[in-house]
Design a protein around this ligand. Sequence first.
Ligand code: G6P
Length: 607
Amino acid sequence: MCGIIGYIGKEQALPLLMEGLRRESYRGYDSSGVVVFGLEPVCVKAVGKLESLEQKVTDIYPKGTIGLGHSRWATHGGVTEANAHPHADCKQNIFLVHNGIIENYQVLKEKLKAKGHTFLSETDTEVLPHLVEHFFQGNLEEAVRKALQYVRGSYGIAVIAKEDPGKIVAARVSSPLVFSVNGSGGFVASDPSALISHSNKMVFLDDGEIAVIKESTFEVFDLQRNLKKKEVTELEWTLEEAQKGGYEHFMLKEIMEQPESIENSIRGRILAEEGRARLGGLAEVEKSLREVQGLNIIACGTSLNAGLVGEYMLEEYAGIPVDVDFASEFRYRKPIIDKDTASLFISQSGETADTLASLKEVKEKGGLALGIVNAVGSSITRETDAGVYNHAGPEIGVASTKAFTSQLAVLSLLTLLLGRQRQLSLVMGQRIAKEIARVPELVSQILSKASSVEALAQKYKGFENFLYIGRKYNYPVALEGALKLKEISYVHAEGYGAGEMKHGPIALIDENFPTIAICPSDSVYEKMISNIQEIKARNGKVIAIATEGDEGIKSIADDVFYIPKTLEMLTPLLSVIPLQLFAYYMGVLRGYDVDKPRNLAKSVTVE
Ligand code: G6P
């Protein structure tokens, strides 16, 4: 989500670092910084656009041929210069940039403070240079290696030390890092697009590896100090292709990275033994949450559909009455806001005008306002009393995909938290917690079958109307599937609760009006089968999204796409994936620019 760049060589580092940051800026960021080692390290940081940093460095122009740069997308701590990277140790010897989340930073910070270390930021990252300092005895890679043994979480880091010059040490776990060493020096980055103008020969670091990058050589070790043989990959990508990670569109890239984005949403938040979730952003209001008797969920678009799934989760497992509404309606209704009712605002951007206005209305009436937001520091996060970040990373495709599944993941954690405060048993809590942790792997399994969804889109691309049906947890998924198809391929699609179909939409069904039926093997499976039979009786074509092992469905539906088995409340995290892919391939096959669908905006800041 953030951008890392590092350089070591004979040229001035500053312009190369700034160029790298510019190339990574498409990913979104809210502050940035560089450090360059000349006679002394010079570290410059700025909040906001890269131009602010450019302005500052032009005035100072730190000289030196080794340095690091970083563009930050805030996770822990607000958008401030102090929180921007690089971060340094007490002696200003070690400088470090980091992507990812250090889960146990609070414990580490307390221990380091007790040993006399001083911290200048609110970030999780700052513990890293101090921890490296603690182990530093002249050899940087050795100190990094020792430090990392105490770190839990995800990281891509690049580190330099004044007292061990001539090298950049880089390491990763679950956060990408790539480097190249060629005639013009050694480069390291979190994103190949930052390096592609210098070299197309790159080395991709794997989890648990530490690289020592010098001006014209490199070595890679595992955490046990064993030397590793690394392959040099030759990328034939243009800059634009590199930014999309080699995918044709951002939307496809974001669909494909969902195992990772869901993992980021749940990392460090599941307390499996206790069958609970730890949501740091809600810690302050946990006591009030215990007393809450009802919840309003307010959102727009895809975030609203996530909220509808949340309604089913929270009512079933936390026993809290939930009311979900479009922000554009809620703000003009006369919602009942009393001290027993909390309001939860879900928004990817944190800037949607209607959602923000509804939030202000709740605040005006003295209600407790909570958020589930992806964009850190956005307006909604500033206005709410407490909240949870999605940690899904920047979403660039206009049609929301990975933000949706991360919202569902957070809602499932919230259900655990509120459920265990109330009626949810330890055993059921443990079951849910265990199953949430499996979701990223299950999503990977579905994504590995993307080509069969593409084949379905080939088969159905000529149809102009689709009905999407589902029940219970998968009713909102039907809404989301239809929304995706409309947004991206401009094909008319209706999402409906399958039981409601007989009250209207069934009149539309004929051989030219196919239905996508989401019917996992769950508590409403039989009901769904009856609804599918009603469609078949009217010559409608049916594509079923069913659970692996359900062979019977093949005799009823025209086409079947299988998803793995999971708990009923988590099925939306899986069933939506083929629908996202279907919309994507339909849009592409119909010749549209799926990343910039007509008439739509990523962030709707007007009413
Ligand atoms: C726009 C976007 C949708 C998004 C909706 C709500 O319509 O195109 O993808 O779901 O706004 O946005 P939010 O940022 O509040 O989740």
